[in-house]
Design a protein around this ligand. Structure first.
Ligand SMILES: [Zn+2]
Length: 261
């Protein structure tokens, strides 16, 4: 196979030896790929600027010599843009690392990942523009879980067809909706109010470019955040270390302490 050109987002850089890096790169055409960037840690190296984590770059890659060799070699790399403006807040950095780890945990190796890449970059962009990291995280979790084929059934109550109401229960495992009456009959606790359900519907069903075009009250937002995380993790079969970091951040944030009754 010959060298080829591909655009990709550097998800992870692993230092190797004195000055080399092994990169995990997310591309639209080939999903998650691994590439070896020789001497790219050297400041004067032509690969240096384009191979850092959160860089979106144009790569010239050379396939391995045999077909089992899944490691490419970076021949050339041109910096296009990056998503490093997240350094203004620990929480934004934590959410960015969580989204990268979440995406890498999906089965995207060597298969098209156009939607996943687009969503991840859109969310990273919003973080750079200082959209509330908790909103970005919730949008990412719900939308990515939908992209993976787990779109919740959000139209109406599964049992009675009620569309509207003050309280609803989204079944985290099945992704179906129950109104307050039907939830009570099944001894289920409601986890969404009207505003949170509106936001969940909006995030799961809107066009890509309008993904962040919703408003949610502070109270409903708390419900949205909890449901988005629970729903995403229920459909993710791996432990995510970055989530522990995010939780340690909220542990010292008094506003985020769970209320004791
Ligand atoms: Zn019902």
């Amino acid at each position: 196979m010959d060298d080829f050109v591909i655009m990709g987002l550097v998800m992870q850089e692993i230092e190797y030896g004195e000055s080399d890096r092994i990169l995990k790169i997310l591309t639209a055409e080939k999903g998650l790929i691994t590439a070896f960037a020789k001497h790219s840690m050297r400041l004067t190296n032509h690969l240096f600027a384009a191979c850092g984590q959160l860089c979106y770059s144009e790569f010239v890659l050379r396939p391995g010599r045999n077909t089992e060799d899944k490691m490419y070699t970076v021949v050339e790399a041109g910096y296009e843009t990056d998503f490093r403006d997240i350094s203004y807040s620990l929480e934004a950095q934590g959410v960015a690392m969580y989204m990268l780890e979440f995406t890498m945990a999906l089965s995207l190796v060597e298969q098209p990942a156009e939607k996943e890449l687009k969503l991840l970059m859109n969310c990273l962009y919003k973080l750079c523009k200082k959209t509330d990291p908790k909103i970005v995280k919730a949008v990412f979790e719900l939308r990515m879980t939908c992209e993976c084929g787990f779109m919740p059934q959000l139209l109406a109550c599964r049992e009675c067809g009620a569309y509207d109401g003050e309280r609803f229960c989204l079944d985290i495992e099945d992704g179906c909706l129950l109104c307050a009456d039907c939830a009570a009959r099944e001894n289920r606790t409601c986890n969404l109010d009207r505003g949170a359900l509106f936001a969940v519907r909006y995030i799961c069903l809107s066009e890509d470019k309008k993904l962040f075009g919703f408003r949610v009250s502070d109270e409903s937002a708390q419900l949205l955040f909890a449901v988005a995380e629970q729903y995403a993790l229920a459909h993710m079969d791996k432990q995510l270390n970055s989530l522990q970091f995010l939780r340690s951040l909220s542990a010292w944030d008094p506003d985020q302490q769970p209320k004791k009754d």
